[in-house]
Design a protein around this ligand. Structure first.
Ligand code: G6P
Length: 570
C-alpha cells in the first residue's frame, strides 16, 4: 500500500510540512517511514513522528510504508537513493528481480531488499548517461512492469518528477506550491484544486508549473478539478480512539446520507435503480467490510426478485460471468482497493456497466464508473471500518426499498442512537471474554453477512481468532471446536427458531452463548422492526463489542498490526 508525498515550493519549508501531510496518509501503511529534503535522509521504523528539523528547503519527498518486498527494517524503508537519485514508491514492481540482476551486472549496488530500489537505479543509469529526465521517465514507463506511483528527485535539480500506473497519485495545485500525494486527504487543507494522474502518465513539476506526458512521450493537457472535501478529522476530541468516535458518528452520517439520497443524490440514485431494473444480472464486488455490505445488498435485492450476487473482488474472474447485460456495482470506502479496481477493469472489458458506491470522492473507482453514489460517511481514520459499513448498508437498504422492501429506512438513525446505549453491557461482556483465543459468530439469512462482519472486526482489532458463519453450517464441522466456555455469539432476529436451535446446540456443548436479538427477553436487544434493520443495528453492536475486546487487551485499536486502511496492492 504505502503513502507518498512530494512538495515543490517557492517559499521554503521545513520537515514539519511534508511530514504532517504524510501523517494524514498513515492509514495507508505504518510499519516504517522516511524523508528526503535534498540534504539529509531520514528513515525510521514504526509510526511517523512529525518533527521540525529547522532546515529550509524548496523540494522534498517522503513515504510511509506497508511492507510487500523486504522485511520491516530501516534499510527497506523509503526513500531509496542511488547516486544522485532519490525515489519513493507505492505499488509493486513485478519484474524487479530481473531488473535488479541486469542493474547489478552494470555495477549497481543495492542497499535494500525492496522491489522499489530498482527505480532509483534505473533513473540513475539514465542520469549518468546524460539522457534528459523526460526521456528517462518515458523509458521507465516502458521498462517497469507492475504498479507504481513514484516520485523522483535528482541532486542539484530543482524539479520534482512523478510517474504512475494503477497506484493512486494526485497533484494538489496551491499558490506557488505543488503537492503530490497518494490522495487528496493530504492536501485538502491547502487547496481545492487537483489533477488526478491517469495510468501511464508522468509529470515534471516546478513550484508554479506542471507538464504531463503519456507513455509515448507526448504532452497531455490536463485541467485541474475543483473538489469539495472536508479536511481529515485530525482530532479524536474526547474519545480514546478514532474508531470509537466514528461509531458514535453513525446516527449523524446515516441521517446525512438518507437526506442526500432523497435530495442531492436522488437523480443518481434513481439512475442506479434504473440500471438494476434493466440489467439481467446485478453483481456487487468489494473486499473486506465492503464485501459484507455487498452481501447484504445482494440479499436485499434477491428478496425482491432481482438477480443479484456479491462476489469477493480478488476472486471475481473465477466465480462470475459478466457481460453487456450485467451491472457491476463496486463498493469501496477508499475507492482505491486494487482487488476491486481489477474486478472493475475485467468487468469493463466484458462490456458490463459499472456503478460504484464509495466514500472517498474523486477516488479511482469513482472515476472508473459510469455512475457513482457517495455514502457521505466523512473521513474514516480508524483502519477498522465502522460508520462506512453502516452507510454502505444504508444505501443497500435504500435500494431494497426502491424495489419494494418495506424496512423503516427513515427511522434508522434514531435506532442507531438507541443501539449505542448497549455499550455498558458490551463493555462488561468484553471484560469477561477478552482472554479467549477463539470466538464464533453465527447468523442466518441477513444475519450471515453480519456474522462475518462482526468476526472480521474482532479479528482486525482484538487479534482474537473469530469465525463468522452460517448458523446452518455449524453442525457440518465447526461444532467440533466448541468446548466448555467457548464464546459463541448468535444473531437472532425475532426469535428465529433455527437460530435459537443453533444457540441451544452450542450451549449443550458448554459454550458461553451470547445472543444479540430483537425481542424483550434478549439481554442484548436492538430496536429492530425488520430483519434488514436488525442486520445493520446488530453490526453496530458487534463494532462496540470488538472495540471493547481490543481495549481490554490493550491493543492499538486505530492502527492494528499488519493492516492498512487502503489496500492498493493485489
Ligand atoms: C482493507 C481494510 C478493510 C477494508 C478493505 C476494503 O483490507 O483493512 O478494513 O474493509 O480494505 O477497503 P475499501 O476501501 O475498498 O472499502
Amino acid at each position: 500500500m504505502c503513502g507518498i508525498i512530494g512538495i515543490v515550493s517557492k517559499e521554503p519549508f521545513t520537515s514539519k510540512e511534508p511530514l504532517s501531510r504524510l501523517k494524514k496518509l498513515e492509514y495507508r501503511g505504518y510499519d516504517s517511514w522516511g524523508y528526503w529534503n535534498g540534504k539529509q535522509l531520514t528513515k525510521k521504523m514504526g509510526k511517523i513522528v512529525v518533527y521540525d528539523d529547522g532546515t529550509d528547503v524548496n523540494l522534498a519527498i517522503c513515504h510511509t510504508r506497508w511492507a510487500t518486498h523486504g522485511g520491516v527494517t530501516e534499510w527497506n524503508a523509503h526513500p531509496h537513493r542511488a547516486g544522485k537519485v532519490t525515489i519513493v514508491h507505492n505499488g509493486i514492481i513485478e519484474n524487479y528481480a530481473e531488473l535488479r540482476e541486469e542493474l547489478k551486472k552494470k555495477g549497481a549496488t543495492f542497499a535494500s531488499e525492496t522491489d522499489s530500489e530498482v527505480i532509483a537505479h534505473l533513473v540513475e543509469q539514465g542520469v549518468n548517461e546524460k539522457r534528459g529526465m523526460e526521456t528517462i521517465l518515458k523509458g521507465l514507463l516502458a521498462t517497469l512492469k507492475g504498479t507504481f506511483a513514484t516520485l523522483i528527485m535528482v541532486d542539484g535539480d530543482d524539479k520534482l518528477y512523478a510517474a504512475k500506473r494503477d497506484s493512486p497519485l494526485a497533484l494538489g495545485i496551491c499558490k506557488s506550491r505543488m503537492i503530490l500525494a497518494s490522495d487528496i486527504y493530504a492536501f485538502s487543507d491547502a487547496t481545492d484544486k487537483a489533477i488526478f494522474f491517469e495510468n501511464d502518465e508522468y509529470a515534471v513539476l516546478t513550484a508554479d508549473s506542471y507538464a504531463f506526458f503519456g507513455a509515448d512521450g507526448q504532452p497531455i493537457k490536463k485541467t485541474p478539478k475543483t473538489f469539495a472535501w472536508t479536511t481529515v478529522a485530525e482530532s479524536k476530541d474526547s474519545y480514546d480512539h478514532f474508531m470509537r468516535k466514528e461509531i458514535d458518528e453513525e446516527p449523524v452520517v446515516c441521517q446525512r446520507l438518507i437526506v442526500s439520497l432523497q435530495g442531492e443524490q436522488h437523480d443518481k440514485f434513481e439512475q442506479l435503480v434504473g440500471l438494476i431494473r434493466k440489467a439481467k444480472k446485478t453483481v456487487f464486488t468489494a473486499a473486506g467490510t465492503a464485501y459484507h455490505a455487498s452481501l447484504l445488498g445482494a440479499s436485499f435485492l434477491h428478496q425482491q426478485g432481482i438477480n443479484a450476487q456479491a462476489i469477493i473482488a480478488s476472486e471475481f474472474e473465477n466465480f462470475i460471468t459478466v457481460d453487456r447485460e450485467t451491472v457491476v456495482i463496486a463498493v469501496s470506502q477508499s475507492g482505491e482497493t486494487m482487488d476491486v479496481i481489477e474486478a472493475v477493469k475485467y468487468s469493463k472489458e466484458k462490456g458490463a456497466t459499472i456503478a460504484s458506491i464509495v466514500n472517498v470522492p474523486y477516488s479511482t473507482i469513482e472515476r472508473m464508473s459510469s455512475l457513482s453514489l457517495q455514502i457521505l460517511a466523512g473521513p474514516e481514520v480508524a483502519v477498522a471500518s465502522t460508520k462506512a459499513f453502516t452507510n454502505q448498508s444504508t444505501v443497500m437498504l435504500a435500494l431494497a426499498q426502491a424495489f419494494g422492501y418495506a424496512n423503516g429506512l427513515e427511522q434508522l438513525p434514531e435506532k442507531l442512537t438507541e443501539t449505542l446505549q448497549l455499550e455498558p453491557k458490551l463493555e462488561r461482556l468484553a471484560k469477561e471474554l477478552h482472554h479467549h483465543r477463539d470466538l464464533y459468530v453465527l447468523g442466518r439469512k441477513l444475519g450471515y453477512p453480519v456474522s462475518r462482519e462482526i468476526a472480521l472486526k474482532i479479528k482486525e482489532i482484538s487479534y482474537i481468532h473469530a469465525e463468522g458463519m452460517m448458523g446452518g453450517e455449524l453442525k457440518h464441522g465447526t461444532i467440533a471446536l466448541i468446548e466448555e466456555g467457548t464464546p459463541v455469539v448468535s444473531l437472532v432476529y425475532d426469535d428465529d427458531p433455527k437460530m435459537r436451535s443453533s444457540t441451544q446446540e452450542v450451549k449443550a456443548r458448554g459454550a458461553h452463548a451470547v445472543v444479540i436479538g430483537s425481542t424483550e427477553h434478549d439481554e442484548l436487544r436492538v430496536p429492530a422492526e425488520s430483519e434488514a434493520e436488525f442486520a445493520i443495528l446488530a453490526s453496530t453492536v458487534g463494532q462496540l463489542f470488538a472495540y471493547h475486546l481490543a481495549k481490554e487487551r490493550g491493543l492499538p485499536i486505530d492502527k492494528p498490526r499488519n493492516l492498512a486502511k487502503s489496500c492498493t496492492v493485489l
